[in-house]
Design a protein around this ligand. Structure first.
Ligand SMILES: Cc1ncc(COP(=O)(O)O)c(C=O)c1O
Length: 410
């Protein structure tokens, strides 16, 4: 395996303090959450030690400084997403909250019984359950784009499913189980043809791909800070202005109003209409540092690095008679590798890997419908990222061989 030119994982890794502990840590579960660089930890620390005050309400300098640091992150995100207007960047608590906001605010005000929405069979539960809840509440009909045998999205089937009855197409940018980058440009084009809105779940994409939302032109795009080197508890909902302006607020309370009397309330303009209550101030400031870190990298080389690590693991496992690999690598892949061991249960394998200092994920990965398609209630997933190198994959492969000695060859 050749190193990717323009990318130095050793230099990247040295900026993540968690890897400086004495026990070796082979962290291969970045699809669940990423590790945090020192700069993000420092930014959160700085927010609490030097800037702590509530935002948008104090007239004293400390509050103004906190507000500025908080709002600076909005500017960074707006630029990071392809120079979109800052008012279209809404802070939420994560992808789950962003999708729920759209389902509850846009869905409940725009959809009626019998309207159709189209999802895919490989969605994370975050992009399934809010729509199931809406279907139970108002009677919308949900259709699902299937996968082809190579586990890529079946665009021919999508063409049939997306019709004049379709009001929304909601699809992950990258599958959290398969690591496959869905052809979202084509999906968005199909939705536009029939005048349907589009929501893209970018939770697994933003950490790996640089995406311009001004070019993509979807109506909504959602992601979580904690998967892209930032703190937990904060995420983003991007939306088109016209669509967001027409939506009622989801939560009511402080900071989202223009005026309140005993007779009623009027609401603040975007983005504040959707940001009720005290936000996760330090975490948003930390997210700004995460954006700085990501934008300091050559992102295409970083993606190739992640993909090469996945490819190396794939090639080492493809001839193992006990292993069924659920991913077929390609240029539309971020390196996440999901597989089933025919003898060792995913939880046993993950626990054994842990005994060797390797962190991987076992279970249904919050994608139970996809598990049914893979004909396995649970699988094992390893998801490499920028701070991993070949030694992490070697440790993972060695742990599989050792586990086989215990569980298979004894
Ligand atoms: C594709 C995808 N969507 C949504 C989510 C939910 O993200 P969060 O738990 O940060 O809200 C995840 C998390 O794993 C994910 O991978």
């Amino acid at each position: 395996m050749l190193a990717v030119s323009g990318f130095d994982p050793g230099k990247v890794r040295s900026q993540f303090p968690i890897f400086q502990q004495q026990e070796p840590l082979h962290y291969l579960d970045s699809a669940a959450t990423s590790q945090k660089p020192q700069s993000v930890i420092d930014a959160v620390n700085h927010a609490y030690t030097k800037l702590n005050a509530n935002v948008h309400r104090g007239v004293y300098r400390l509050s103004e400084a906190a507000t500025k640091a908080f709002e600076d992150t909005r500017d960074k995100i707006a630029q990071f997403l392809g120079n979109v207007p800052r008012e279209q960047v809404i802070f939420t608590s994560g992808t789950t909250a962003s999708i729920n906001l759209v389902a509850r605010s846009w869905g409940e005000s725009e959809l009626k019984a019998g309207d159709e929405i189209v999802l895919t069979v490989s969605e994370h539960h975050s992009n399934l359950v809010p729509w199931h809840q809406l279907a139970a509440k108002i009677g919308i009909v949900i259709k699902y784009i299937p996968l082809k045998d190579n586990l890529r999205l079946d665009l021919e089937a999508a063409k049939e499913l997306i019709s004049s009855k379709t009001k929304l197409v909601a699809c992950a940018h990258v599958s959290n189980v398969l690591g496959i980058i869905h052809p979202i440009k084509e999906v968005i084009a199909l939705a536009k043809k029939v005048g349907a809105k589009t929501l893209i779940d970018g939770a697994q994409a933003v950490p790996h791909l640089s995406t311009s939302l001004s070019e993509l032109d979807c109506d909504f795009y959602c992601f979580s800070s904690h998967k892209m080197l930032g703190p937990t508890g904060v995420g983003v909902l991007y939306g088109k202005k016209q669509v967001l302006d027409a939506m009622p607020p989801f939560l009511g309370g402080g900071d989202m109003i223009e005026s309140v009397s005993l007779e009623g309330s009027t609401y603040a303009p975007l983005p504040y209409k959707f940001e009720a209550g005290t936000p996760a101030i330090a975490e948003v400031i930390g997210l700004g540092a995460a954006v700085d870190f990501l934008t300091s990298l050559d992102r295409q080389s970083a993606l190739e690095h992640d993909r090469q690590l996945g490819q190396y693991a794939f090639e080492s496992l493809v001839n193992n008679p006990h292993v069924t690999l659920h991913t077929q690598p390609g240029d539309d892949w971020i390196g996440t590798l999901t597989f089933t061991h025919k003898v060792i249960h995913p939880h046993d394998l993950a626990a054994f890997q842990d005994s060797q200092g390797v962190c991987i994920r076992a279970g249904h990965h919050c994608a139970q419908p996809l598990m049914s398609i893979l004909k396995s209630p649970a699988t094992t997933r390893m998801s490499p990222y920028i701070y991993n190198d070949r030694s992490d994959i070697d440790a993972f492969l060695a742990a599989i061989a050792k586990a086989e000695d215990v569980f298979v060859n004894h």
